[in-house]
Write a protein that binds this ligand. Structure first.
Ligand code: AVI
Length: 320
């Protein structure tokens, strides 16, 4: 059973690697403090994100699911059977699992930064689909995408649903897509979900829901940073903000200090004025043509674009 064995990010559960600490340190010292959204996903953060996907306000998950439900057979025809399905940011693996009966992949490779969560997901999935070879990898694929030799070269289909591409700036997104393309040796392609520009009231509600799950998700990042960097953030001193910035075409998530405060971490300290913010996430929204343009400028050829009736979300198949 090719169960995951390595997780570069979780080799030592108490202390973060020097690189992670340096990244957090630099962000906390920046003029406008920032913490990468990848640190939203510790074990609790992954569960909170799962809960976000169930919220009535968070339309992306169910809208994308409706596109898969409606057009899945057509997607499977465009892709063909026997793919090496590489799931980027697999989380609970539910989206990929929904495609198995249509896609009949030869191998399933699930990658996620939150490895313990992923391991449990894969163990469950392997029992449901014993005939599919499965591998789980704990990797921060945002910084590098070196796939180990267990990942087959043939017919690679990178699966990047949920509009996670929107959490990169367009330049970072393009660089990331190029790295994916470089891993598609013998042909291969990409099946990607991209959230589209829409009325800002819908976007604002999706990122600041009524019962505060998104707020908890954002605030939990501070507890994760406490753990990783030995910081002493008091979560009660911070408030969540998630608002659409129409000029930039993106949702911005911030954490805002409720009062003047001081934070210490391993190797540093900083004071925050009341109202001062830490930028924790961007979530870019694309026009359909811009989404296709992003893929093509990254060396992919978009073969099909599927959207829902309201035009809120797009799933695109692209060839390398
Ligand atoms: C994972 N990613 C695509 C989500 C998004 O919508 O940008 C993360 C998220 N942030 C707040 N709610 C959900």
């Amino acid at each position: 059973n090719p169960m995951p064995t390595s997780c570069p990010n979780d080799t030592n559960p108490v202390h973060a690697s020097a690189a992670v600490l340096a990244e957090l340190d630099a962000g906390l010292r920046a003029g406008t403090a920032c913490i990468s959204p990848k640190f939203l996903y510790d074990a609790l953060g992954s569960r909170l994100f799962e809960a976000i996907c169930e919220l009535p306000e968070y339309y992306p998950t169910r809208t994308e699911a409706s596109i898969f439900a409606r057009h899945g057979p057509e997607m499977a025809r465009a892709i063909g059977p026997g793919a090496t399905l590489i799931d980027l940011g697999a989380g609970n693996c539910a989206k990929a699992a929904g495609l198995f009966p249509l896609l009949h992949p030869a191998q399933y490779v699930a990658i996620d930064i939150s490895f313990d969560f992923l391991r449990e997901s894969i163990e469950r999935l392997q029992q449901r689909f014993p005939h599919i070879e499965m591998t789980g990898l704990g990797l921060d694929f945002s910084t590098e995408l070196q796939l180990p030799a267990v990942v087959r070269q043939e017919h690679r289909l990178f699966f990047y649903p949920g509009s996670s591409i929107g959490n990169f700036t367009p330049d970072q997104a393009s660089a990331f897509l190029r790295r994916i393309r470089a891993q598609c040796d013998g042909g291969g392609g990409l099946l990607i979900g991209i959230d589209l520009v829409k009325d800002s009231a819908i976007l604002d509600a999706a990122y600041d829901d009524a019962i505060g799950v998104t707020a908890a998700f954002n605030l939990n990042l501070l507890r994760h940073v406490n753990h990783l960097a030995g910081a002493d953030f008091d979560v009660r001193q911070w408030r969540h903000s998630g608002v659409y910035n129409a000029l930039e075409g993106r949702i911005e998530m911030h954490l805002e200090a409720r009062e003047a405060l001081v934070v210490r971490w391993r190797g540093g300290t900083r004071s925050f004025a009341r109202g001062e913010r830490i930028h924790t996430e961007n979530s870019y929204k694309y026009q359909p043509a811009a989404a296709v343009g992003l893929l093509e400028q990254s060396g992919f050829q978009a073969t099909r674009v599927w959207t829902d009736a309201a035009g809120w979300f797009a799933v695109i198949h692209a060839r390398a």
